[in-house]
Design a binder for this molecule. Structure first.
Ligand code: F3S
Length: 644
């Protein structure tokens, strides 16, 4: 029996467990990446593990999320990240060098290897045939220390592509089509594996866009074959030696199949506030817009910005539209400057933002109250643009550019037809402008490096073991699809506090209920009750660590998103699932719950007592016995240190 591409990469990396679908396996990680918003905590944890040097083939620490320097906090964090990188053998990418995923695909991603990143869009590197997975910072710290990464062996979805994209339709529309079909939970526990004759019509940046946003389906990863398009990309990056041809066997066995004829894909838009709230642009065309943002790790490649410049050349942007662009890397910036694309973009009235994530997480580029912001980013959760009333719509670079000119949501095909605009054709440079001088490569021996820590970098709080009884109030009851942005918002006020748990914990659930932190501390902790897909979105481990600091001991929901579930385990919060989802309605905020921890067993049903209502609620836990041991120990760090 033949193998899928996922199996071909994953199986030789399995170091614990049976490489069979659905089985819990430990996999060897070849590369890691972090970004600054998750990185400081990751490296504080890595230091606490106590190894002298990273044990991966390559680890890269990017600074791309929060580069605002209005006081000492962010610069201190950036300096800390650089010092840690030098000391422990990690490549450091300073502010301004590029967005982690764009830059990783350009400079480091290798077909056939495994990558674990403390960012949920790490699967972007699947665009060059790498098996790339997003995880919490603790898991990445452990991978750097040479520990396996534990994950359920994924189910594998064959996404069979035929045909070729039409003019002014691009990869973003294809992944929005995938989201339209399978939704934000449709990829949970799965790898989206692309194949078929349509694959060779897509450039590496287009593949990377689709792999990037596979994260929005909840998928563990997304992957493309490594073919001649990949080889040409790597050669143009001066890295042809990294190329290996890789594809699935024709008789590989899949759990699910999705068929997409690229020639039938049309421009799509995800309306607020979920990435799967997708409709054709033509159905909502004419909607007034106030802002357009080009960029993010999803659509900031040279291909994307050249396409934007092509359309904006017919501009300028509408005077009432606030438009900004964040190029994905210095390399992209160099090329658009050299080709004249940047000139066309700026002449159209688009503001140049930093080469960074910034605007994607609502920093420095928020829309007005109730304003509609068209963005080429990957998620449009409530509050992600910087405030709760902003209405973020996700679109392709082509739709964003045409709409920026018109001042209304516009189908780029109609725009082109009205104006006689020729289709854009991306011609990849024979040789990209490769300039790695801004990377800080670590010295052979980093033992003499002193790590400088600013006053904002607080030590990791100690975590107590869970104890025999978990008792407390339901501190908060929330509905379905609660995201990590709801639990632990990002933004300019919060991100500088990422290495200071007591300070950042004051923002927990701020979007939902601003009194949560005070109430949690005053009542000595307790439970959170939620609906389905709890914790979807980013890999932000502060969404588990900060609630734990406030005393949250257990989260009882209908279902969990994968990365957040792993983060709850890592920080010693007991994840519980209603055996009967209808029981969600029987528990109210403010009820007192009790649970004896010795009754909690993997794979069995036990009861949580609602003392206030005098009822017992049957529950299970979605984690295994080893993870329960981790939780009982007060989290992964306590557990690993005790074992070592
Ligand atoms: Fe950055 Fe936004 Fe991507 S925060 S890593 S550009 S999802």
């Amino acid at each position: 029996m033949g193998l899928t591409l996922t199996e071909k990469i994953l199986n030789p990396h399995v170091v614990e467990g049976r490489p069979e679908r659905g089985e819990r396996v430990g996999i060897r990680i070849d590369q890691t990446l972090t970004q600054d918003a998750t990185g400081t905590m990751t490296y504080l944890q890595f230091e606490a593990i106590g190894v002298e040097r990273v044990r991966t083939e390559l680890s890269v620490s990017y600074v791309d999320h929060n580069m605002i320097q209005e006081d000492f906090k962010n610069p201190d964090d950036h300096r800390y990240l650089m010092d840690v990188a030098k000391k422990y053998g990690i490549v450091f990418s300073p502010p301004g060098n590029g967005i982690c995923h764009q830059l990783h695909v350009e400079r480091f991603a290798v077909p056939g290897r495994t990558l674990l990143g403390s960012d949920s869009h790490t699967p972007t590197s699947g665009g060059v045939g790498m098996l790339a997975i997003g995880a919490g910072g603790m898991d990445v710290a452990l991978a750097m220390a040479g520990e396996p990464f534990y994950v359920n062996y994924p189910r594998i979805v064959k996404v069979h592509l035929t045909g070729r994209l039409g003019p002014f339709v691009s990869a973003k529309d294809v992944i929005l089509e995938v989201l339209r079909r399978i939704g934000v939970k449709g990829g949970v526990g799965k790898v989206l594996e692309y194949c078929g004759p349509g694959v060779e019509t897509l450039s590496v940046p287009e593949r990377a866009t689709m792999a990037n946003m596979g994260a929005e389906t909840g998928a563990t990863s997304s992957i493309f074959p490594s073919d001649q398009v990949t080889r040409r990309w790597l050669a143009a990056q001066g890295r042809e030696e990294a190329f290996v041809p890789l594809e699935a066997d024709p008789d590989g066995v899949y759990d699910q199949e999705i068929e997409i004829d690229l020639s039938r894909v049309e421009p799509l838009v995800a309306l607020p506030h979920q990435p799967d709230n997708v409709v054709p642009v033509r159905e909502v065309a004419g909607m007034e817009i106030q802002q357009v943002m080009f960029g993010s790790c999803t659509n900031s490649s040279l291909r994307d910005l050249e396409s934007v410049a092509h359309i904006l050349g017919d501009g300028p942007a509408h005077p009432e539209v606030d438009a900004g662009v964040s190029p994905g890397s210095r390399q992209v910036l160099h090329h658009i400057a050299a080709s004249g694309a940047l000139e066309r973009i700026l002449s159209a009235g688009v503001r140049i933002l930093e080469v960074s994530c910034g605007a994607c997480i609502g920093m420095g580029f928020a829309p007005p109250t109730e304003g509609v912001s068209l963005r080429t980013i990957n998620r449009n959760f409530l509050g992600r643009c910087g405030h709760k009333t902003g209405k973020v719509c996700l679109v392709s670079p082509e739709t964003a550019a045409a709409s920026a000119v018109e001042g209304r949501l516009t189908d780029p095909r109609d725009f082109a037809q009205r104006r006689g605009l020729k289709p854009f054709v991306f011609v990849q440079p024979e040789r990209f402008h490769v300039d790695d001088r801004r990377f800080v490569f670590p010295p052979e021996d980093g033992s003499s490096i002193q790590i400088r820590r600013g006053p904002n970098i607080a030590p990791l709080p100690a975590m107590e073991p869970l104890g025999e009884m978990v008792c407390g109030l339901v501190l908060l009851k929330v509905g379905d699809d609660i995201t990590t942005d709801h639990i632990m918002p990002a933004g300019a006020k919060v991100l500088p506090l990422r290495s200071n748990v007591p300070a950042i914990s004051k923002h927990v659930f701020q979007v939902v209920d601003g009194t949560f932190p005070e109430r949690a501390l005053a009542s000595g902790g307790g439970f959170v009750v939620g609906g389905a897909n709890y914790g979807q979105g980013s890999s932000r481990e502060h969404a588990a660590l900060a609630p734990r600091y406030l005393g949250v001991k257990a989260v009882l929901v209908k279902s969990f998103a994968r990365i957040h579930l792993a983060n709850l385990v890592n920080f010693g919060i007991l994840p519980l699932v209603f055996q009967d989802p209808a029981d969600y309605d029987r528990i109210d905020q403010g009820d007192r719950l009790e649970l004896a921890t010795d009754e909690v067993r993997a794979g069995s049903v036990f009861r949580v007592t609602d003392v206030t209502k005098g009822i017992q609620v049957p529950c299970t836990t979605p984690v295994g016995e080893e993870d329960l041991n981790v939780i009982m120990a007060g989290g992964r760090l306590n557990y690993v240190k005790a074992r070592r």
